[in-house]
Write a protein that binds this ligand. Structure first.
Ligand code: GLY
Length: 363
């Protein structure tokens, strides 16, 4: 039986790119990248390199590329300018040129870092995203947000730089540890709440199958999430309006991650709790409904995601919320759900934020 491949696309005024999706499509990666010949550097972690490096290198070589590999240690703590500097050194040593390409093989850290180096090396070269985690396949690898962290905050240094191709093979998710897999599902629930009631209902009906990594259910969720992400980015590439909705659950989620020093929660777990806090806030402010709170909680819990706000110091949370990129004129903006499938972006004063945090932190 041949490979079943779906070609999605993200279309922008200055050219777009293909997002190729399908199980076991690794062997056609090289040929999807066009005419061989140019230099390609595969940027990855040792663990991912061991799992999928050979397949990618073979596919690139068969298509006429001469790929080389750069590996750096796994973990958000390594998404730094210092590691980006090591990649620049490697590219210079290997005489990379404007026509050369980088290929990110891994999760969000590899993708963000590779994209950032591609955005800045020789004032910009092309790069391909091969995401291997749920979060990266449905979100981080698409849309051109690239960057590295600064000791004072996540993604404080970065650039918008779109990839030239995104290659999504959900069979790569088979090797993801359970906790990491489940955490990634929070981002798919996010798309349901912000944009697509049918996707949300599909997840409600198929939660068990999704948890068992059932191929067909997972493929549907991934494809639909990518379509939504592409549509939103096409309408607002640089996040001046609509794209903000992709931050649903992330304002509270980011605060929780920062206050717990990125050690206690995976990103998706913090987003899950953040989405519950946002739904609760919308309900209390009178713009959202109890139905959203209840259905969202049931789905997140059914998928094994945390929904209860941890007991954290209010002062710490407020300090982080107020230093976030999402602060405008002293007010923090939140993405709040009106109903399943529809959200709005609202600027909220310190008073109501303090009140809701006090209530939910104590629950
Ligand atoms: N992950 C949010 C965005 O790409 O805008």
């Amino acid at each position: 039986m041949g490979l079943k491949i779906t070609n999605l696309s993200l279309n922008l005024d200055e050219g777009g790119y293909k997002i190729i999706v399908g199980y076991g499509i690794g062997s056609v990666l090289g040929q999807s990248m066009g005419k061989g010949g140019n230099k390609v550097a595969v940027i990855t972690h040792p663990r991912i390199g061991r799992l999928y490096g050979n397949e990618v290198m073979e596919s690139l070589s068969k298509a006429g590329f001469a790929p080389i590999v750069f590996q750096f240690p796994e973990g958000e703590q390594n998404k730094t300018l210092a590691h980006a500097g090591k990649i620049y050194d490697f590219l210079i040593q290997n005489r990379f040129e404007r026509s050369s390409t980088l290929l990110a093989l891994g999760g969000g850290v590899v993708g963000d870092m590779t994209g950032f180096v591609a955005a800045t090396f020789l004032r910009g070269i092309s790069y391909v995203q091969c995401p291997t985690t749920v979060v990266a396949q449905v979100d981080a690898a698409i849309g051109g947000k690239t960057g590295v962290d600064h000791p004072k905050g996540k993604n404080l240094i970065g650039a918008f730089h779109q990839p030239s191709l995104v290659f999504v093979d959900p069979s790569k998710l088979a090797t993801l540890p359970e906790r990491e897999y489940v955490a990634g599902l929070a981002e798919i629930v996010k798309y349901g709440v912000i944009y697509d009631a049918a996707l949300f209902a599909f997840m409600e009906a198929r939660a068990e199958a999704i948890l068992k990594r059932d191929k067909e259910s997972l493929l549907h969720c991934i494809k639909r999430s990518i379509e939504i992400k592409a549509e939103v980015v096409e309408k607002d590439e640089k996040e001046s309006g609509l794209r903000k909705i992709l931050n649903y659950g992330h304002t509270f989620g980011h605060a929780i991650e920062t206050v717990t020093h990125y050690k206690k929660y995976k990103h998706g777990e913090a987003v899950s709790i953040g989405m519950m806090a946002a739904a609760e806030m919308a309900y209390r402010l009178g713009t959202g409904s109890l139905e959203v709170v209840n259905r969202q909680r049931a789905l997140l819990q059914g998928l094994g995601l945390p929904t209860r706000f941890p007991k954290l110091a209010l002062a710490d949370l407020l300090r982080v919320l107020e230093s976030d990129k999402k602060v405008v004129g002293g007010k923090v903006y939140f993405v709040l759900p009106e109903k399943i499938g529809s959200v709005s972006v609202q600027k909220i004063e310190r008073g109501p934020i303090r009140k809701i945090l006090r209530d939910i932190c104590l629950n």
